[in-house]
Design a protein around this ligand. Structure first.
Ligand code: SF4
Length: 215
């Protein structure tokens, strides 16, 4: 028995239970998954076969196996990763607005149930706000922060890792710290908060994972 692991599992379970209540009060649908495998099983239950599905760029979707599921042929997947040119990618990103389901992770989630996103291009936050009929968010409780201000601080701290992952030429890749840059490759132009889903109950379907995914 590893006491440290047990305590973290207990803590994450409590955080997830707390968030489930807050998110449901905001008219979102919520599931709790203990692992990536469970998250994938829930995703399969939510997603009707043959539905039109698009995604936003996300380590979580890759690491949970969600991307592989979408490529299985059971869905009409608008595969942004199949683009061979920037123009093709742009076209696929625009098509995503007509999807039945848009899958993404969030960059942070506040203790009172606000979903926080940070985007460079804007296509992901745009599709989260409007267009696709439903938005499925797979987000692990290691991304939970106290409030929106703490989300800003967290994202400022971790964004250099995303720049590094994407092999960009931004100042943060040199230093590991955000310089609030003016680089044309800046990945931090759009900071967006989903305060509530009250106007469209059930549009957001949120899978909280106790296993850590993403940054
Ligand atoms: S604002 Fe620029 S320097 Fe800061 S994390 Fe984003 S890309 Fe890096």
């Amino acid at each position: 028995m590893n006491l440290r692991n047990d305590l973290w599992i207990w803590k994450k379970g409590k955080v997830a239970e707390h968030l489930e209540k807050r998110l449901k009060a905001k008219k979102h649908e919520v599931w709790i998954a203990r692992s990536g495998e469970e998250a994938l099983e829930i995703l399969e239950e939510i997603l009707p076969e043959d539905s039109v599905v698009a995604v936003g760029g996300s380590l979580t979707l890759a690491d949970t196996g969600a991307l592989d599921l979408l490529k299985s042929g059971r869905y009409n997947f608008i595969d942004r990763y199949s683009a061979r040119t920037a123009e093709e990618q742009e076209e696929l990103q625009r098509k995503a607005f007509w999807a039945d389901y848009f899958l993404t992770s969030a960059n942070a989630i506040t203790e009172d149930g606000k979903l926080v996103f940070l985007d460079g291009n804007g296509n992901r936050v745009a599709a989260v706000v409007y267009g696709p009929k439903y938005v499925i968010v797979i987000v692990s409780v290691n991304k939970v922060v106290r409030d929106v201000q703490e989300a800003r601080e967290r994202l400022r701290y971790i964004s250099p890792m995303n720049s590094k992952r994407l092999n960009l030429s931004t100042p943060c890749v040199e230093t590991g710290f955000c310089a609030d840059c003016s680089s044309p490759q800046r990945i931090c132009d759009y900071f967006m908060v989903v305060e509530s889903g009250a106007r469209h109950p059930g549009r957001f379907k949120i899978i909280l994972t106790l296993e850590d995914f993403g940054l």
